[in-house]
Design a protein around this ligand. Structure first.
Ligand code: GLA
Length: 380
């Protein structure tokens, strides 16, 4: 029996109907492009949220977690944005979002267990939502395509949990496959898997969790979205996806300079995603992504201004210690950086980052390798 199922049985006194799990993600490249109708290239990681669940007949939701956190109990009929806070709103929000689409999910007992670090920019909330979405869809007898579940989870995150995020995280969690990255066009919502056989090239992806906690339901993220909308308006397009770099440069004079820099990040980042995916699909080695990762970081730091000193230092130290490429990953304002390194060089990159953080007086970072993990699935 999985530990989530065992913890469920211990808490509720009976066995769950099943256990569903979904991964966190690192975004390899394509940052702050999803809500601009652009391109992203994330991979699921081998850290997952697990939801053990059973149906109830009385329309009540009972939510508990193995992590520190108060359990919650609420009638499904009373679910509304703002009624819950903390981790439980990701589970309840998905239940609510199904209801918003007219899909009736029964009451449920739920036990959540997750090893996706919280606040590290690895989509711990999307992992919870996506595992719950599979459990709820099955309980409702609703055979919905995964692309639809992505939108249900996004609605939970946006309207119930109050974080105005795009579809990157939920898509990575629901649509990924082991050993692959996911190339996604956020406008058409078409995606394809791209092989990422890191091991065969002796490469690995290191996550450097700076321990600077971020949250996207507060200021900076929403502000960047507004900046992008304004820039699109100034440029007379529906979304920054529709702008190419040469047109943007020609418009620079007449534009608000901040809007211009925000737009330049998004436009150049979209083309970096296409470059990265194009290289991999042409059979170039994974380490050849190094330069695009490095320029993505510079653009996020200087034009989009979502990095922070800890992320910059992590990237700088990883590069100096021999990483092929490194960048902040996720929304920024803290969270994690990723570094593309050789397996042989991983330890020295970790030591170098830890050393410079200590010297700078920063909190000890957590550095760990991740593999491209499997997408959301029923475990048992
Ligand atoms: C967060 C959001 C995503 C995306 C990234 C930035 O992870 O949840 O939708 O916007 O930031 O790329």
């Amino acid at each position: 029996m999985s530990t989530a199922a065992a913890a469920f049985s211990e808490l509720y006194g009976y066995a769950p109907d099943g256990v569903w799990s979904a991964p966190g993600r690192v975004n390899i490249i394509g940052e702050h492009t999803d809500y601009n109708d652009g391109f992203v290239f994330p991979m699921a990681i081998d850290r997952r949220a697990r939801v053990a669940a059973a149906q109830r007949q009385d329309g009540v939701l009972r939510l508990a977690t193995t992590a520190p956190g108060e359990p919650a109990e609420i009638a499904a009929a009373d679910l509304a944005p703002g009624v819950l806070s903390g981790w439980s709103r990701y589970l309840a929000g998905v239940h609510w979002a199904f209801g918003q689409r007219g899909v009736r999910v029964p009451g449920m007992d739920i036990l959540l267990e997750s090893d996706v670090p919280v606040g590290a920019g690895l989509s711990s909330s999307a992992a919870i939502e996506c595992a719950a979405a599979l459990a709820f869809a099955e309980a409702a007898g609703a055979d919905l395509p995964r692309e639809e579940l992505v939108l249900i989870c996004q609605q939970a995150e946006n309207d119930f949990a109050g974080a105005p995020t795009g579809i990157l995280d939920q898509s990575a969690s629901l649509l990924s496959r082991e050993g692959h990255g996911l190339f996604l066009d956020c406008r058409s919502r078409q995606s394809r898997l791209v092989s990422l056989d890191l091991g065969s090239e002796g490469m690995t992806v290191l996550v450097i969790d700076t321990k600077v906690s971020h949250a996207h339901d507060s200021g900076g993220y929403a502000e960047r979205r507004r900046d992008c909308e304004r820039a699109a308006e100034e440029l007379g397009v529906g979304a920054l996806r529709d702008v190419d770099l040469s047109d943007l440069v020609l418009s620079a004079q007449g534009m608000d300079q901040r809007a211009y820099r925000r737009a330049r990040h998004v436009v150049s980042e979209n083309s970096r995603v296409l470059t990265a995916v194009g290289q991999l699909e042409a059979g170039r080695p994974i380490r050849s992504l190094g330069p695009v990762l490095a320029s993505s970081h510079e653009s996020l730091r200087d034009d989009f201004e979502v990095s922070c000193p800890e992320l910059d230092l992590a990237v700088e130290a990883a590069m100096a210690a021999g990483a092929a490429g490194a960048r902040m990953t996720g929304g920024g304002f803290g969270g994690s950086a990723l570094a593309l390194v050789t397996e042989a060089g991983a330890d020295s990159v970790e030591r170098a980052v830890t050393r410079v953080f200590a010297r700078a007086g920063y909190t000890v970072p957590e550095v760990f390798a991740v593999d491209p993990g499997a997408g959301a699935r029923r475990e048992s």
